[in-house]
Design a binder for this molecule. Structure first.
Ligand code: HEC
Length: 156
């Protein structure tokens, strides 16, 4: 076999190992989930170090962007369709937040045309609700700015 072919095979083998390695890494991350940050009452907490956030908060940013941003605006700042959740979380607690997201809400005001959909049967939202809360709470507390936050490496 010519030398360059051997080199190519080695390179391909290496790529395959890397792909396997990262698939493994993802599984490990799932197993590590029970250690995530919550307080004694079960309320999710976020962590910010040097302007960087924990993995859960980062995931919350991504989930917010895919499920909530369209109505609640960029970075939780609200839009003409729906309120700024950075403001909402200054007065709502985690349980009120999960209640509205799980069950939805229709504004009973004069026009009554503002509808918060029910996400209780949407696994993309329900399995990430704690992280969405972490992200929005960090935004609401003004601990992180606008845009995609950076992640810090976990201590483990
Ligand atoms: C189709 C548009 C739409 C989407 C998508 C949407 N919302 Fe809403 N949401 C609304 C509207 C409209 C309201 C205000 C309802 C009202 O006035 O009662 C609202 C209200 C809320 C409230 C209550 C705010 C307050 O100040 O009382 C929370 C919390 C909330 N949404 C969270 C979320 C989260 C988290 C997501 C993503 C998983 C999401 N929403 C996705 C339209 C939407």
């Amino acid at each position: 076999m010519p030398k360059y072919l051997i080199g190519l095979c080695a390179a391909l083998g290496f790529t395959a190992t890397m792909a396997l390695g990262s698939a493994f890494g993802q599984q490990e991350a799932k197993v590590a989930e029970p250690e995530e940050l919550v307080n004694d009452e079960g309320v999710p907490l976020y962590a910010v170090r040097d302007g960087k956030v924990d993995q859960g908060t980062y995931n919350g940013y991504r989930r917010y962007a895919s499920s909530c941003h369209v109505c609640h605006g960029p970075d939780g700042l609200g839009s003409s369709f729906a309120p700024a959740l950075t403001d909402s979380l200054k007065r709502m607690d985690y349980w009120q937040f999960t209640d509205v997201v799980t069950n939805g809400r229709t504004n009973l005001g004069a026009t009554g045309d503002r509808v918060m959909p029910t996400f209780g049967t949407d696994p993309n939202v329900m399995t990430n609700l704690a992280d969405i809360y972490r992200y929005l709470k960090a935004r609401s507390d003004e601990k992180i700015g606008r845009g995609r936050p950076e992640r810090f490496k976990s201590a483990s």
